[in-house]
Design a protein around this ligand. Structure first.
Ligand SMILES: *Cc1c(COP(=O)(O)O)cnc(C)c1O
Length: 354
């Protein structure tokens, strides 16, 4: 047993890495040797620990099971050809899990606990991060309410954990999307801006209905009027009309994606006009009819950029033919070059793990 300041580390005896086929990884299905865990009891975060990865035990009445006090993050670690490891804007994930936690009446986590736990865990399971384009380690921090008892009030105990899953390049296939006309992802005044577990649960059913109709994703519209486009599945969304880029402003129904805000900065630096404003269904349909709509793509940590090949609205399909100078392809390359330490990082987004 070793301790790093207050962090207690208990290592696994033998690594399971030899059993893993790194050429055949289903996204988020294999986890590394260790996990990070810290509990919140009596109004205080307790001693953080890294322990061998494995099941955790909880009382069946724990509030997370009944009232859904659960939030999470998604981030990635990358290895360059020299074997050095990098994160992408990790402090933004720390800030966001605290924003999400506050909305669900959960305590905020100190930055040192998050960053030190993450760094030490990555160093310990460093062999699980493979170099090479498309390879990464997906990082899943999450925070849950553990107090036993089914009274409908906020928990007084919590657990924050980080688990790691090796990932390969994420190819989503050809993606057709449908604009939501009936269901909503988030309502104003609600929890749409939080990375709350329940937001995902609520999306599964309408997304399944869309899948039955032959669409892989739903582009969510505002809950009040269904006239404005908000997010694509669990990604932020960009529309390219002519040579302009449009994306909705983040508000209480739209998650403040780190990929989204990075792409806005890259686009502006490249001299592309970016309009951050409500994007109406009507203007996108009209742009498509006029041949002005060049691209629609979803953006997020898992896939970086997912180009859509068509969208459907009121039963009509509108095809999109990716132009040669695709913005989506360019932004994905620009971000990957920074993430894999292949280019200068003008913005200070890359953080070395050491
Ligand atoms: C996580 C998430 C995103 C993307 O955020 P990134 O920080 O870019 O990974 C977008 N929308 C929703 C609803 C999300 O949960």
């Amino acid at each position: 047993m070793e301790t790093t300041s207050t962090l207690k580390i208990t290592k696994r005896d033998n690594s399971k890495i030899a059993d893993v086929d790194f050429n055949n990884l289903a996204f988020g299905s294999v986890f590394t040797d260790h996990m990070f865990s810290v509990e919140y009891v009596n109004g205080q975060w307790q001693q953080p620990e890294i322990v061998p990865y494995g099941p955790i035990s909880m009382d069946p009445s724990a509030k997370v099971f009944h009232y859904g006090q659960a939030v999470f993050e998604g981030m990635k670690a990358f290895k360059d050809d020299q074997g050095d490891i990098f994160l992408f804007r990790p402090e933004d994930n720390w800030e966001r899990i605290n924003t999400s936690s506050a909305r669900l009446a959960m305590p905020e986590l100190p930055k040192e606990v998050f960053m030190e736990g993450l760094m030490e865990l990555l160093k310990l399971d460093e062999a699980w991060i493979k170099a090479g384009d498309g390879n990464s380690l997906y990082i899943r921090p999450f925070h849950i309410a553990t107090q036993p008892g089914v009274s409908a009030s906020p928990s007084d105990r919590y657990k924050f954990m980080i688990i790691l899953a090796p990932a390969q390049s994420y190819y989503s296939g050809e993606v057709s999307v449908v604009f939501a006309e009936k269901y909503s992802r988030a309502a104003s005044g609600g929890v749409g801006y939080a990375k709350a577990a329940g937001n995902y649960a609520a999306q599964f059913y309408p997304t399944n209905l869309a899948k039955e109709e032959g669409y892989q994703q739903v582009i969510w519209t505002d809950a009040n009027t269904h006239e404005y486009l908000e997010e694509a599945g669990t990604m932020n969304v960009f529309f390219r009309v002519g040579d302009k880029l449009l994306t909705a402003p983040t508000n209480d129904t739209i998650l403040n994606g780190i990929t989204r805000k990075s792409i806005i900065q890259l686009a502006e630096a490249a001299g592309i006009t970016v309009e951050v404003r409500p994007v109406a269904v009507k203007e996108i349909v009209e742009a498509a009819q006029a041949g002005e709509l060049k691209e629609i793509f979803g953006v997020g940590t898992a896939a970086v950029v997912v180009p859509f090949k068509s969208f459907a609205y009121k039963g009509e399909d509108h095809k999109l033919n990716a132009p040669e100078n695709s913005y989506g392809v360019q932004f994905k390359k620009d971000l990957n070059d920074i993430q894999y330490n292949r280019t200068e990082d003008k913005y200070g987004w890359r953080v070395a793990v050491k």
